[in-house]
Write a protein that binds this ligand. Sequence first.
Ligand SMILES: NC(=O)c1ccc[n+]([C@@H]2O[C@H](COP(=O)([O-])OP(=O)(O)OC[C@H]3O[C@@H](n4cnc5c(N)ncnc54)[C@H](OP(=O)(O)O)[C@@H]3O)[C@@H](O)[C@H]2O)c1
Length: 326
Amino acid sequence: MAGRFRWGIVGPGNIARKFGTGVLLSETSEVAVVGSRDLGRSETFCAEFGGRAVGSYDEVLGAEDVDGVYIATPHHLHAELTIAAAKAGKNVLCEKPCALRAEDAARAIEACQAAGVLFCEAYLYRTHPLTAQVMGVVHSGKLGVIRHIAAEFAFGAADDWQNVRTVLEYGGGGLMDVGVYPVSYAMMVFGGEPKRVSYLFEKSESGYDGWASGSMIFDGGRTVSFGCGIHVQMENRVRIYGTHGMLDVSRPWDCTEGFRVKSHGSDDWEEIEGIKADRFGNEVDVFVRSLDQGFVASMTPDDSLAVIRTLDRLRIYGGLDFPGDP
Ligand SMILES: NC(=O)c1ccc[n+]([C@@H]2O[C@H](COP(=O)([O-])OP(=O)(O)OC[C@H]3O[C@@H](n4cnc5c(N)ncnc54)[C@H](OP(=O)(O)O)[C@@H]3O)[C@@H](O)[C@H]2O)c1
């Protein structure tokens, strides 16, 4: 495209600040308009990252000088904001999870397709070159046939944490905040959707999953065990086990370290240096460079739908009900 891609940012909180840094480091983009429910917060954001501050999300969606919107609010607002952005003719990069339920994600993605705008769910690891490197080893056959994946993502906030991530009606708890990562990673490696799933946890007082153990089985007996949570720190690795060898990714989510590979029968790990890239700047550039083809190859709308259908199934298994579920 001619000129820099002009981003509108909705919900200038924690992750939007990192995104703003990424836009500044990107080769393709600039911050154009930033919307908060509080104009002062937009102004503070714009003082650091540029752009014009407005005091509502609607003003961002309606702005003529915005080519695409980055939706960085809590989970429960993602689907409806995506639909509103699509109706306003804006391309959409939406934070994960793209909705609380598959039916809402489907409506959001249909709205983007009807409007002819690009939709991508912002799983940073998917667009990062480190993940393509890992997938290169998986596809090389070096590990043999992949039979099992063990993965986790969890952090240890206090049990009485006062945060939007603990509000059940907003999709609070471990699965929707961080469990989405190991689930979507395993689905990327195995391809397709699992045949069966399980998800076990004890409900918090307000009904969310503070920490949990999940499993999935795919065609051919290929299995996944995963952990996630917001009240216990885990190691946060991905391990991929094949018939010939294993692969261990120490920082699969922020992609800041390389990974290692070992053949069965050998004690020696081969260290593989990871390709370095600013994760947010890279995500921004990948999104903009995908505009012409209409989808981001490493995280397509179909990928998003498959992941959220699986999240629905995991929630049903575990009894993780959000107010408003059908
Ligand atoms: N890709 C990643 O690596 C990554 C990492 C962290 C989070 N995320 C995702 O990004 C999203 C935002 O996470 P975050 O950590 O940036 O959240 P956050 O800082 O708590 O909230 C982001 C912004 O959302 C707006 N907001 C709208 N309704 C809100 C409500 N009821 N309560 C609180 N804030 C509300 C607020 O902006 P205003 O009040 O100014 O409008 C707030 O600053 C989440 O869905 C999360 O899953 C992704």
